[in-house]
Design a protein around this ligand. Structure first.
Ligand code: APR
Length: 254
């Protein structure tokens, strides 16, 4: 049996499945990843700052124009591209499996656009819209208009500075997302598929380790090796777009 057939058999037999996604899934849409080849974090900004400092909560407070310069770059990249067949394959799996959840680190909103049910989607780093005012809380959903306008974007009602509901560096994770993740983890998963992530955070590594220790099936889809590679049952080396499409065609038998 080939690796892909082994994975397809395990996913077919699984009821509760967690698909963990990172920037590598959206790389096939043309978006930059953060680490590795061509990653956003490899260099420093024009101002000579690490990007993690430019995209941090303290920077948004201290120098909102600088932070928004890089937020706008991310926003334009996401708005300029669209979900790919990898996102669609994951949404298809969620249709086939009513207890298949997605835990994404991506803020591009592509899982929603590709048809993943929002009630089974945990966006652990938030997402790019709707913007909200840091002073009065007013929401503003027209990201395209704000990205084309003055920087930093200002609140129409009170003139305060707007921000997206993303988790910037040195900020806390959204409580509701964390609660939802751990509520589902407590129920356990039969299988976890890690797609396109370096698995740089404990809340990304933990679901894989816990599932393996509980006897579940663990898979990684990534052209490169990561810290998870030695841990998982199968590492499918390849692009998420290709591997996920191949996997779904095995699972749905077409
Ligand atoms: N298909 C699958 N994986 C890919 C592809 C592809 N076409 N191209 C690259 N990759 C892999 C890389 O090998 C790497 O392991 O995607 C991974 C991207 O890793 P990162 O850039 O570190 O992205 P991610 O793991 O999502 O980062 C997590 O870090 O700073 C935070 O908020 C940021 O959400 C991000 C988080």
């Amino acid at each position: 049996m080939s690796d892909i057939q082994r994975v397809a058999a395990a996913i077919k037999a699984a009821e509760r499945i967690l698909v963990i996604t990172g920037a590598g899934l959206s790389a096939d849409s043309g978006l930059p990843t953060y680490r590795g080849l061509g990653g956003l974090y490899n260099g420093v900004t024009e101002e000579g700052l690490p990007i993690e400092e430019a995209l941090s909560g303290p920077m948004l407070r201290r120098n909102p124009a600088l932070c928004w310069k890089y937020l706008a770059q991310l926003g334009r990249a996401c708005l300029g591209a669209r979900p790919n067949a990898g996102h669609e394959a994951i949404a298809q799996l969620q249709q086939l499996k009513p207890e298949c959840w997605v835990l994404t680190q991506n803020i591009d909103g592509y899982h929603r656009q590709a048809g993943s049910p929002p009630e089974r989607l945990i966006e652990i780093h938030g997402e790019l819209s709707p913007l909200f005012c840091q002073s009065c809380g007013a929401e503003s959903s027209d990201l395209v208009r704000h990205l084309a306008g003055e920087m930093p974007p200002k609140c129409h009602d009170c003139g305060g500075i707007l921000r997206p509901p993303v988790v910037l560096f040195e900020e806390m994770l959204p409580e509701q997302a964390i609660d939802s993740l751990y509520a589902e983890l407590r129920k356990g998963f039969d299988a976890v598929i890690s797609v396109g992530t370096t698995a740089s955070f404990p809340y990304i590594i933990e679901p894989v380790i816990r599932t393996r220790h509980a006897g579940g099936f663990t898979v990684e889809i990534n052209p490169a090796l990561t810290d998870l590679s030695p841990v998982v049952d199968v590492h499918l080396r390849g692009k998420a777009l290709d591997v996920l499409q191949g996997l779904l065609s095995h699972i749905s038998g077409d």
